[in-house]
Design a protein around this ligand. Structure first.
Ligand code: MBD
Ligand code: FE
Length: 283
């Protein structure tokens, strides 16, 4: 089809005419609608007569609609549109609520021999001068019943502010910034950690060489690794990411998922930590 005969920049002009007070969602919906309508007209080489026939159908549907008859909706239904948005809405709800926590890659710095720690313990055993301390807490629960899982294990590990995990850094005591916690009678776990910071993956070896050859940076967004297990459930390996991080959209190892982005919030009246992170794990 000779769609190139029609100036495609016209569509951009219509989209760009939207003003700054349009909400982000409205802008997105209108942009897609305008693009698809314009592409449709160009691809089918829609004539004025054909378009006017469509306008007449729209007007007819509106005129015959009242509180006893919803012709606009019925027109959508015969096009399959109501069934399609029903499917989309259902899938989104399923993904948002009734699904286990999303997984993310284990990464090369996991240590199987991480020690058990008491809830409330501080995993920051070698405290960097620029540490921002955070209190992390949450529950482990069954994703379907939402019942708390008692005696589940939550294992966490993170890099220090210098961008190194403890096994890479002789200045950190062994198992610094790692710990394994058991959930209490209400399925809760809690401990102190660092607010994670972005850092480059080691780039002094082949991985770094490959990144250089591909003209890519080595940075990963700030993250905390989690391995959660409970008898009778599939073990969950994941990572959570700080919403404030500037590398969320270009993680050098592509591990970020929207549902794994978290918010550190200010914590009051705790001399140990100025930040708090509430995070429930669903198995
Ligand atoms: C990391 O810290 C990491 O978590 C992954 C997945 C890869 C490289 C470095
Ligand atoms: Fe990591």
């Amino acid at each position: 089809m000779a769609t190139h005969r029609f100036d495609p920049t016209f569509t951009d002009r219509v989209i760009d005419a939207m003003g700054p007070k349009t909400s982000p969602r409205m802008r997105q919906l209108m942009t897609g609608l305008i693009r698809h309508m314009h592409d449709y007209a160009r691809e089918e080489e829609l004539t004025v007569d054909e378009w006017m026939a469509g306008v007449k159908m729209l007007n007819w549907a509106g005129q015959m609609s009242d509180d006893k008859r919803n012709e606009g909706q019925l027109v959508c239904d015969v096009f399959g549109l109501e069934s399609l948005v029903d499917e989309i809405t259902f899938k989104l709800a399923e993904e948002a609520k009734d699904a286990p926590t999303a997984t993310a890659i284990l990464g090369p710095f996991f240590r199987a021999d991480t020690p058990w720690r008491q809830n409330g313990e501080d995993i920051v055993k070698t405290k960097p001068a620029d540490a921002e301390m955070a209190f992390m807490q949450g529950r482990v629960m069954d994703f379907q019943t939402k019942k708390p899982l008692v005696g589940a294990s939550v294992e966490v590990w993170q890099a220090s502010t210098n961008g190194l995990y403890e096994q890479q850094d002789s200045e950190q005591v062994e198992f610094n910034l790692r710990g394994k916690f058991k959930t209490d009678e209400e399925g809760r776990y809690w401990f102190y950690c660092l607010r994670p910071t972005p850092y480059p993956v080691p780039d002094d070896g082949p991985a770094g060489k490959l990144l250089e050859l591909m003209d890519r940076h080595p940075f990963r967004p700030a993250h905390i690794h989690i391995l959660a297990t409970c008898e009778g459930y599939r073990p969950l390996t994941t990572q959570i990411f700080d919403r404030k991080d500037k590398y969320l959209d270009n993680d050098s190892v592509f591990a970020v998922k929207d549902s794994l982005i978290v918010d550190f919030v200010p914590r009051e009246n705790d001399p140990e930590a100025s930040l708090e992170l509430n995070y429930d794990v669903k198995l």
